[in-house]
Design a binder for this molecule. Sequence first.
Ligand code: DAH
Length: 346
Amino acid sequence: MALKDRINDLLGQVNQMKAANADELEALRIKYLSKKGEITALFNDFRTVAPEEKRELGQLLNQLRQQAENRINEMREQFAEKAAEADKLDLTRTPDPIELGTRHPLSLVKEEIIDIFSRIGFTVAEGPEVEDDKHVYGMLNFAPEHPARDMQDTFFVEKEIGIQKPTDILLRSHTSSVQTRVMTSQKPPIRVLCPGRVYRNEAISARAHCFFHQVEGLYIDKNVSYADLREALLYFSKEMFGPETKIRLRPSYFPFTEPSAEMDISCDLCGGKGCSFCKGTGWVEILGCGMVDPNVLEACGIDSKVYSGFAFGMGVERITNLKYRVKDLRLFSENDVRFLRQFESC
Ligand code: DAH
């Protein structure tokens, strides 16, 4: 092949040169530009070229060598830049932490209540939040015009297609409604815990909300006594608030229990001496309870001559306030992460 053609051929190759890394690049340099390289070889042959061709071929050859050098230098710089970039990456740096969500304080406390009672044989039962009057009031011994219905400040569902008496449907105002569902569908012995959300028509403030959470308990068997109720609640209080906790039962009234009581625990802030939290009494109220009224048992198809039972109901927000001193109820439903993150380690 004539020298000119060989030069053009190599020019084509030089323009196509590609290297994936510094080693490949060095191999290319050796192939074309080293002492034994192909371009260097052409320079040796150039010596024998006829004088009239020397000028043209000399220029071409110089151009070829220049081009090969430029291309190789260019690629060398690119590899150097890449290497410098890689050096900038600090592979020992710890990665940005993954943000973990937190469990809601109400869920934490609800789970703890369930856990404590599950150790003495209670299982969880659930019922609907949109309920009928019968399950929320009627079967629980509330007389039709009973002021307690009003007292509960119920949200009634006014329009519902296909429902004859619209005001029979309501948002449950207490989880005692689940009692009636369980008693009509299960046979004693019954030992259930009914956690859930309840609704009352209250103006929202730091101390009241139109929805909140309750855990209801129900135990029905032969020979269940008031002493059993007291023991179960004492056990719960000590587990929840510490072994020093004392309880006291004050007579009260609920249509579905007879006798009825409200239960206080000794104030764990002042140890019962009296402080601003317990309003100087040394006691704080935490739940309502009582022996299931025979009328309720009968309304649910349970023979009240054979069976007796106790029931209790507590507000999860109230227990959470006692445990974590949350002063404003609204914090529970605002989803403010600054509040929620405080329960990260709980
Ligand atoms: N249902 C009551 C309320 O919402 C709480 C309650 C009191 C539940 C006494 C009970 C009970 O089961 O025995 O205020």
